[in-house]
Design a protein around this ligand. Structure first.
Ligand code: FEO
Length: 396
């Protein structure tokens, strides 16, 4: 069933209340999500994006209950990733030859995924436009690396709607669609989680693209994303957030992240937290065991932090695999302007602080020279060192 957005624009996507992960298992989804697609019915009928493969039959059935598919003049594919293009193969079987407007990179992506080189691709670049009738145009804006090389946004003149695709989205199901209908705290939490865990590596592109769009001086009444809410109440609020988040964002927070075998490293983690609190009572301190807390939630806390402390015991002359996997993800996210400290217990060889240091430096963190490397279980001497490490981190 279509839902009204503005004038002759309707939402025709999928609210996915049951989704529990995204990008395989790399992103936890705790409050549902959506794949937003849109139908424009001016003199021309235009479909903007589709939905993920498992929902393609439902999507096409719904669309057929609203319109004769043959009346679709063209499709805009803002991004080739399967959560937006998944219904294209089934749709194109019904309306072969229908033009698909997309970037040159999206032709590669769509052809590579669906092996249909004969689809009627119409390649567009920034500034290209197409008339949809009634005095309105769709203007295309390439959004390269936000978050794939093929991404683009599409702007509907007169109605002033920016179909932004992944940018400004969240994995958050809101049946009423609009940001003013969503739980405001949860909305911004999910928007930040999405930025920290998906878009942060591309922050330099975010800044440049926002400057470019602002320079175009186009009025934006609605930002119609491809995931989560449609921003109609103060849509600039999420653009302003992105400007802040893209600029090496941090709050007065230090996050301690660790895993442990027999609780020695846990004790050090809490002693470091105590040292931070003593040195800087205003600083928010959070402590997470990697194996017990959602990894994406921890990444969001790291995104907010000015510094982290990372701990692992030594095992097999290495670090725990939970910490190693987390560090791989941390490196991928390319956080900037953050400090770090390392700590860990050991029984025999004691390599973990050195390994943690190397991996954190590779991930772009400035790691303090001070560290806590504790033989067997900590006692007062090591607790004092851990508190001192917390103080050093707070004062760094
Ligand atoms: Fe929502 Fe990049 O896919």
């Amino acid at each position: 069933m279509k839902k009204h957005i503005k004038n002759n624009v309707h939402w025709v996507g999928k609210i996915d209340w049951e989704l529990d992960s995204f990008h395989g298992a790399d992103y936890s989804v705790n409050n549902g999500s959506s794949q937003n697609a849109y139908l424009i019915q001016e003199e021309k009928t235009v479909l903007i994006d589709t939905v993920w493969v498992p929902h393609s039959t439902e999507f096409i059935d719904n669309l057929e209950s609203e319109i004769d598919l043959e009346t679709i003049d063209f499709i805009v594919c803002n991004h080739g990733e399967v959560d937006h293009s998944g219904a294209l193969p089934a749709l194109m079987e019904k309306i072969p030859g229908t033009p698909i407007y997309c970037t040159a990179a999206a032709v590669k992506s769509l052809t590579g995924q669906y092996h249909q080189p004969d689809w009627n691709f119409q390649v567009v670049k920034t500034g290209d436009s197409v008339d949809v009738g009634n005095g309105k145009k769709l203007v295309f804006v390439e959004m390269k690396m936000l978050h794939w090389p093929d991404s683009m946004a599409t702007y509907l003149t007169e109605d002033h709607i920016l179909f932004s695709n992944d940018a400004f989205g969240q994995h958050y199901a809101v049946g009423e669609l609009f940001n003013d209908k969503a739980d405001p705290c949860l909305l911004m939490e999910e928007a930040m989680k999405y930025y920290a865990n998906i878009l942060n590596p591309f922050s330099s592109f975010v800044t440049k693209k926002i400057e470019e769009v602002v320079a175009m001086n186009i009025p934006i009444d609605i930002i119609a994303t491809s995931h989560g809410v449609i921003w109609r109440e103060d849509p600039m609020q999420i653009i302003n957030k992105y400007v802040q988040w893209a600029d090496a964002y941090q709050e007065d927070q230090i996050t301690i992240v660790y895993d442990t075998m027999w609780e020695g490293t846990t004790k050090l983690a809490h002693a470091i937290a105590q040292g931070i609190a003593e040195a800087s009572p205003e600083t928010r301190v959070k402590v997470f065991n990697i194996s017990k807390t959602d990894k994406n939630d921890i990444m969001t806390e790291v995104f907010k932090s000015k510094a982290i402390a990372l701990g692992s015991p030594t095992v097999g002359q290495n670090i725990l695999s939970s910490v190693g996997g987390w560090l791989t993800f941390l490196e991928e996210l390319k956080f900037k302007n953050k400090k770090a400290a390392v700590f860990g217990c050991y029984g025999w060889s004691g390599e973990s602080p050195k390994i943690l240091r190397e991996k954190l430096e590779k991930a772009g963190f400035a790691v303090l020279d001070e560290e806590v490397k504790c033989l067997w279980n900590p006692q007062e001497e090591q607790y004092e060192k851990a508190r001192a490490l917390g103080k050093a981190l707070a004062n760094a």
